[in-house]
Design a protein around this ligand. Sequence first.
Ligand SMILES: Cc1ncc(COP(=O)(O)O)c(N)n1
Length: 279
Amino acid sequence: MTPARDPVSPPVALAIAGSDAGGGAGVQADLKAMTAHGAFGTSVVTATTAQNTRGVRDVHAVPPAHVASQCDAVFDDFDVGAVKTGMLATAETVETVTGLVATVEAPVVVDPVMVAASGDRLLSQEAEAAYDGLIGAATLVTPNADEAEVLVGEPVETPADAERAGRDLVGAGADAALVKGGHVGDGERVTDTLVVGSKEGDDADSIALRFENPRVETEATHGSGCALSSAIAARLARGEQLREAVAAAVDGMGAAIRRGYDVGEGPGAVNPTAFDGGA
Ligand SMILES: Cc1ncc(COP(=O)(O)O)c(N)n1
């Protein structure tokens, strides 16, 4: 006899991001991370990239109207529990996505993707200023040090700088900011800094938390930002509180990097499905 159908109803997360033909980053990493962290991943593609582990050869931005209609298709049908944004490619798409996420109740994790690990640009330079609006709509913004520098206009070279940048991003309207420390220094430990704004919006009352982990010696970090922000979004979709979701996702990145994929001729990619701790 055929076994009875036994469907499950997982929480739903949405990635609004670019496609990486090489599979290491972008929506491909997002969907793996969302699955691994217990959510059903939906995906709105903002751009396709002709990319592999060695670099980005070509970018084709999806017209913003089609980004909007993909979002409508998802929101019309699913109860989306959290959204993450990744590569948005152009100022028009940043603005379109800002308008869309401003109308949703679900938490929004903004990974302000600007430059790939390979050094290739993934966001036009004019689009950097357009991020101001999206940061104002973010539940959490997750820049690395270089992206934080662009967003706040100050150097981010130490954990103290990261904390200041996080407070600035909260002052600019994000509910919280996670400034990632992988690009800060080359010490034996990596410090990620989470600044959570006060509900009353008084900057002085924001809280800073530091997550310290041993640095994993590798160049294979391609996809790490995508996997981290998607893991956080999946956990928020499951109903976890922000700090809990960030702590678990940051913790999981150690395994994702240590047990990365040695694929392609370039430095390889993280493994978003490898993390210590059950979903
Ligand atoms: C489509 C897409 N989205 C995001 C990234 C950033 O990932 P990384 O900085 O790890 O290369 C990427 N390379 N490609």
